[in-house]
Design a binder for this molecule. Structure first.
Ligand code: PLP
Length: 340
């Protein structure tokens, strides 16, 4: 079988033999009855890691985000977020569909908004205006090229939310990438947010799953919403066991993905068909392809070398580093780019 080097997303990883072993040997039960020991262990482990009260294992990051929005809002309320947010762009209109909530989009800097922007987007108490009840941040920002927030900006946003009685949610699909890149502690984030969604199936390399974190009472409500959304699972402890394994073994190695992303970006920078490269802070490279190649043509040429990349706009390509991209593959990719 020819080598398959897939940079389209960090969701394409397959479980490692050691992760599969952990899954095979998992103890399971019916989680809708609250009887799956592996799921309970994963939820407790994730909550403890962030210093939060409780966790809820869900099939996807879309579901954890959408449950959080549903619990934090009432129909007609307004959610404040960056215009590039996954919750707005890539969750099928779920904010309207699931929560009947309105959205206030802010033009941030590579997916990150400021406390000042949040403050000016909060509606006054006025029956004409939707009630602002929730701010949602994304860290790292996917469409922002894996950009990371500075903690003091999040603190400033938190203070504004508290002063105006808004809840603060974090779409932390790639929060572990941010934590590794900035060397911050998970508990810092646990203190700042009312709810956090973390994905296990992105950089951490499990086949399925996300965990929603918050207070006991928030998670109680979230569990009800998960059931309504059809996300109550039975013997899913096999999947939770992969999550536990990933939290134990796959966090620190993210630094390697970040180093690989920088190496590939350095190579791209020298090519005449590459324009602006968004600053590479973590495992995502978003770059402009122009002149003698279009993003589609670049993708096709790479595909001939069994390397998959993703055109994400008429002018941009995205490459994402992950667990299944080994150092030798990074070198092959650099050689292939140099040959173009
Ligand atoms: C991948 C992702 C999610 C969740 O996606 P699912 O495919 O539903 O697990 C949420 N937010 C961001 C920023 C993501 O990249």
């Amino acid at each position: 079988m020819p080598l398959n080097i897939d940079f389209r997303s960090d969701t394409v990883t397959r479980p490692t033999p050691a992760m599969l072993e952990a899954m095979f040997t998992a103890k399971v039960g019916d989680d809708v009855f609250g009887e799956d020991p592996s799921i309970i262990a994963l939820e407790q482990k994730a909550a403890q890691l962030f210093g939060m009260e409780a966790g809820l294992f869900c099939p996807s990051g879309t579901m954890t985000n959408q449950i959080a929005i549903k619990v934090h809002t009432q129909p007609g309320d307004e959610v404040i977020c960056d215009a590039l947010s996954h919750i707005y762009l890539y969750e099928g209109g779920g904010i309207a569909f699931n929560s009947s909530a309105s959205v206030r989009l802010l033009q941030g800097n590579r997916g990150r908004i400021t406390a000042q922007q949040v403050l000016s987007a909060i509606n006054p108490t006025d029956i004409h205006k939707p009630q602002s009840t929730l701010v949602s941040l994304e860290n790292t920002s996917n469409r922002g090229g894996g950009s990371c927030y500075q903690v003091d900006e999040i603190e400033a946003i938190k203070n504004i939310c508290e002063a105006h009685q808004l809840k603060l949610h974090l779409d932390g699909a790639r929060l572990f990438n941010a934590l590794v890149a900035t060397k911050e502690k998970p508990t810092t984030y646990g203190l700042l947010f009312d709810s956090i969604s973390i994905c296990l199936s992105k950089g951490l390399g499990t086949p399925v799953g996300s965990v929603l974190l918050g207070t006991q009472s928030f998670i109680q409500k979230a569990k009800r919403v998960r059931k309504v959304f059809g996300g109550g699972m039975r013997q899913a402890g096999y999947l939770a066991a992969a999550g536990i394994y990933a939290l134990d073994h796959h966090i620190n190695r993210l630094a390697q993905d970040h180093a690989h992303a920088k190496l590939i970006a350095e190579c791209l920078q020298k090519k005449d068909f590459v324009g602006e490269i968004m600053p590479v802070e973590t495992n995502i490279i978003i770059f402009e392809v122009k002149g003698r190649l279009t993003p589609m043509q670049f993708a096709e040429l790479m595909e001939k070398q069994h390397i998959k990349v993703m055109p994400i706009s008429p002018t941009q390509v995205r490459m994402v580093l992950h667990l299944d991209i080994h150092p030798s593959m990074v070198q092959l990719t650099i050689d292939a780019i140099n040959d173009l």
